[in-house]
Design a protein around this ligand. Structure first.
Ligand code: FDP
Length: 298
């Protein structure tokens, strides 16, 4: 049984290890807080979404634990207009609680982290690591830090949970089984409608719960494609480049998949602001390339 700390010591660069450890430890705290904190605040995040109490709590807890590692120069978050400064060299962009609309329904939630080597906002090619947490029936931490994608699961041992390796060197299956596309169907641009109809006609299963992390986690394990497309009324889609799209694109690349904005690799995008959003199509490489061909027309 491989324990997270052993894995980090053996395989992950010394500056990234404490950051991954801090994410793991704080995810346990957040999970404990979820049943105690299901209300909404009157505040809005920079994208104009009403913040849940636990959005604010998760933001504070992750930001302070990341800064306390001493490795982090700044933490930018979907829940804050400006980044917080620290004393290290890594730049972390996070969505501390992904899928807030699922809090009250007790559907899976997540947290997403991109670890960049450049000041934010910057291009996804500066990512040196990325991680996501799933708060589902299990608490899992999936991350990539240059050496493939690993998933660890929290196991209660006495009063202190331990993270054990659940799945090492994860690869997106080439035979696609599932798909999920966000946004109102009537707002999809025409090529997306055609593409989704073709997925349905070949017998792929629809899986969409409304939490990016939960929905994309299924694509990573079963093969397929997740999309939050360009919409007629929102040409840049909904998901934010730095906090959501690029970190998951990094994990996707390490799992031998592809992530695109419809015409370009998401990791090649340089957002001009912290909260800039992008259309997202990610998963099994051949399917993402098919989506790109339909969207661009060549
Ligand atoms: P939420 O607004 O609930 O925080 O990041 C935003 C996000 O969730 C994603 O997790 C999810 O994929 C998407 O928005 C869901 O949007 P729709 O409600 O439009 O499907």
């Amino acid at each position: 049984m491989t324990i997270l700390e052993e894995y980090l010591r053996a395989h992950v660069p010394a500056d990234l290890s404490p950051v991954i450890s801090a994410i793991a430890a704080t995810s346990v705290t957040i999970r404990k807080a979820l049943p105690l904190s299901t209300g909404m605040t009157r505040g809005m995040n920079p994208s104009g979404e009403t913040q849940a109490e636990v959005d604010v709590y998760a933001n504070e807890m992750f930001a302070s634990s990341l800064l306390a590692t001493g490795q982090v120069a700044e933490v930018a978050s979907e829940e804050m207009a400006d980044a917080m400064a620290g004393s290290g060299t890594l730049h972390v962009a996070m969505d501390p609680l992904d899928g807030s609309s699922n809090i009250s329904t007790n559907n899976p939630l997540g947290s997403i982290f991109g670890i960049y080597s450049s000041k934010l906002p910057c291009c996804g090619e500066y990512l040196t690591g990325a991680a996501f947490v799933t708060y589902g029936p299990m608490l899992t931490l999936t991350f990539a830090a240059g050496g493939g994608v690993q998933t660890f699961v929290a196991i209660e041992r006495g009063d202190r949970p331990e993270f054990n390796l659940l799945e090492g060197d994860l690869r997106i299956p080439e035979k696609p089984e599932v798909f999920g596309f966000g946004g109102l169907r009537k707002e999809w641009v025409e090529p997306v409608e055609r593409f989704v109809a073709s997925l349905e006609s070949r017998g792929m299963k629809l899986r969409y719960g409304g939490t990016f992390v939960g929905d994309y986690n299924q694509v990573l394990r079963y093969g397929g494609i997740f999309g939050y497309p360009a919409l007629k009324n929102k040409p840049r889609g909904k998901l934010r480049v730095l906090y959501e799209a690029a970190p998951m694109a990094y994990i996707t690349r390490q799992a031998h998949g592809r992530a695109s904005n419809g015409s370009r690799d998401i990791l090649s995008l340089t957002p001009s602001s912290l909260a800039e959003s992008t259309p997202v199509y990610m998963g099994t490489e051949s399917l993402v390339r098919e989506a790109e061909a339909m969207i661009t027309g060549h």
